[in-house]
Design a protein around this ligand. Structure first.
Ligand code: KG4
Ligand code: ZN
Length: 350
């Protein structure tokens, strides 16, 4: 019933892939050649429209995607130096994310791929974050350890092959980015919480005793809900007793607790798996304190650190093009029946 966009395509050696990302509040498009070379990467964000609500409002995000998607693709094509007719495949995030938001990018990608007569590559947003490392270091090859730290995910992963992963541990409750956003709200900072906490933390001291989380417990799991609650309780207690407190100290102390455990477990994974390369992905990997701590510890341990530029850590479409290339080489194409998924497992291709 659906036009068969799955079959009959020849896999080219150095494909030019147009990628589209619309899982949350960024509408993004990129053109990536051979999975490693970014020809263009454009983002239109609806972030400012969500600030007064304190977080992403799915309906507002979906509407913003509908108005931005054509424009962002046009910008990506114009900036890339290639024509639409040079595109060999269209890669698109099909999950995980907000369903309404995903469907906008997905529908656009299907229509475009169909009209160009090229395959659609379904891409997992999570794998996209991991694949950003291939753009940052063009020589990078598995095996390596990857730390995924975003608004929806927190995990330490052994990347055995480009398409084979072993999850060493993940969060038992909140993701680290989610904790940043909730703590930010508690101390009156605007959405998005992560960058605002980081900025305020520069003025503060790591002076407030907060739970050590699962630091030093031997495993690779994380738990952020206890830390978040401890911060909320600290702030509420101070307010109830009419005590003044330093928001900057709260931000700094929280940031140290939240990040130190990520650094510790990532380095431990490298040691235990006997791998001397560590990569990082996800919005929280844009955090300056995390980047500095990883750099220090990796230098000490003789581990090569692949730290994508901040713009490739937060949501973007170039990373979807990088992962799209991996799936393209496997011929993992979708037909027009491809649907959006709110949740996607790491092991899932589609
Ligand atoms: O990867 P991402 O852009 O979207 C998801 O896939 O979730 O991550 C967004 C998360 C948000 O929770 C945001 O507060 C956090 O990343 N984030 C940061 C920083 N920049 C973004 N957290 C800490 N420090 C930052 N500089
Ligand atoms: Zn993301």
């Amino acid at each position: 019933m659906y036009a068969d966009l799955k079959k009959g395509f020849k896999i080219k050696p150095d494909p030019v892939i147009l990628s589209i990302e619309s899982s949350c509040d960024e509408t993004a498009a990129a053109v990536v050649r051979g999975g490693r070379e970014i020809l263009s990467s454009e983002i239109i964000s609806s972030c400012s429209e969500h600030i007064r609500f304190g977080g992403v409002v799915p309906e507002i995000a979906s509407r913003a995607h509908t108005t931005a998607v054509s424009e962002v693709v046009k910008r990506a094509i114009n900036a890339s130096g290639v024509d639409l007719t040079d595109i060999d495949a269209v890669a698109v995030t099909y999950g995980a994310g907000l369903l309404g938001a995903l469907l906008v990018g997905l529908s656009y990608a299907k229509a475009l791929a169909f009209s160009l007569g090229v395959p659609i590559i379904p891409v997992s947003h999570i794998r996209g974050h991991l694949a950003a490392a291939y753009l940052a270091d063009k020589t990078l090859e598995p095996p390596f350890i990857s730390l995924l730290a975003s608004g929806g995910h927190t995990a330490v992963i052994e990347v055995k092959k480009v398409d084979e992963f072993r999850l060493l541990g993940g969060t038992l409750d909140d993701a680290v980015g989610e904790a940043f956003d909730k703590v930010a709200r508690t101390i009156g900072l605007e959405y998005p919480g992560g960058p605002n906490i980081e900025k305020l933390a520069e003025e503060g001291k790591n002076a407030i005793a907060l739970p050590k989380m699962l630091k030093g417990d031997g495993g690779y799991n994380f738990s952020y809900s206890g830390l978040k609650t401890a911060v909320v309780n600290y702030v509420h207690n101070a307010k109830q007793h009419g005590q003044t407190f330093s928001k900057a100290d709260v931000a700094r102390s929280f940031q140290c607790s939240a990040i130190d455990v990520l650094v510790e477990k990532s380095l431990k994974a490298c040691g235990e798996c006997k791998l001397n390369t560590l990569t990082v992905g996800g919005g929280v990997a844009a955090n300056g304190y995390l980047r500095k701590r990883l750099d220090e510890e990796c230098k000490k341990a003789g581990i090569k650190l692949v730290l994508p530029p901040k713009i490739l850590c937060t949501d973007n479409a170039a990373m979807i093009g990088a992962e799209g290339f991996i799936q393209y080489e496997k011929g993992n194409f979708a037909d027009l029946g491809l649907n959006a998924k709110a949740r996607v497992d790491l092991g899932q291709n589609i």
